[in-house]
Design a protein around this ligand. Structure first.
Ligand code: DC
Length: 221
């Protein structure tokens, strides 16, 4: 059966990751959370006390930063960092780190290698535009800010992290701005991406829509 690459981009809190994960499971594909990779680098820099604005520090430190996946879990230099990369501290710094070209270069190379064999669903901000511009299916997800903030609040609460809605909203707005205005690979919809507004969709509806789109490409020949 034909294998394809599915690129899912969009703003934070639109349900990209949960959707992408389930779409991959439904199709028997590998799910790759590219945002987790930027988060892992951010966590590493914070641990190492790296000054993000110092190119030398950034480049030297990147050499010692090894990211890998084992199923859905992400490892930083062999340590499982699934939980450590989801804190507000990382949320507050990840957009600055992901605007650094050297960081993007390293991670995009690794992402392309992971997608070489196809049969992958990758979500992020530049997957359909930069990482896999030839992906067979590109989806761009949006949702109202209030819906996105409430989703993020619930997600954090599930992990035992209490954060008020206004702080979350302010963080999302700030990240949207940095992500979509940065010079290198800004967040934007690829011309050939299908846009899905998830404000009034359930997770299952989002998943079904994308699986349907994927299957029509996979079985069309
Ligand atoms: O999807 P997320 O919220 O976990 O992503 C965290 C940050 O990483 C987000 O603010 C922007 C950045 N990112 C990126 O620049 N490019 C990607 N492909 C994925 C994420």
């Amino acid at each position: 059966m034909k294998k394809i690459v599915i690129a899912i981009d969009g703003y934070s809190g639109t349900g990209k990751s949960s959707t992408a994960k389930q779409v991959a499971a439904g199709l028997g594909y590998t799910y790759i959370d590219s945002g987790a990779m930027y988060r892992a680098v951010t966590y590493f820099f914070l641990q190492e006390g790296i000054d993000f604005s110092d190119d030398n520090q950034v480049n030297n430190s990147l050499k010692n930063c090894n990211i890998s996946f084992d199923g859905p879990s992400i490892f930083l230099n062999g340590e499982d960092v699934d939980h450590q990369i989801r804190t507000m501290k990382v949320n507050q710094n990840v957009s600055q780190v992901s605007a650094i070209s050297e960081v993007r270069k390293k991670l995009v190379e690794q992402q392309r290698r992971m997608g070489e064999a196809k049969g992958v669903v990758m979500d992020g901000r530049d997957i359909g535009t930069i990482v896999f511009p030839k992906a067979e299916l590109k989806v761009f997800m949006t949702a109202d800010m209030d819906v996105r903030a409430e989703r993020r609040r619930k997600e954090l609460a599930k992990k035992g992290i209490k954060e008020d809605l206004e702080t979350i909203k302010a963080n999302l707005e700030k990240r949207d701005k940095i992500d979509s205005t940065r010079a290198d690979s800004p967040l934007k919809k690829a011309d050939d991406a299908k846009e899905i507004d998830t404000s009034h969709l359930t997770l299952n509806q989002q998943i079904d829509k994308i699986v349907e789109m994927a299957e029509s490409i996979i079985y069309e020949g």
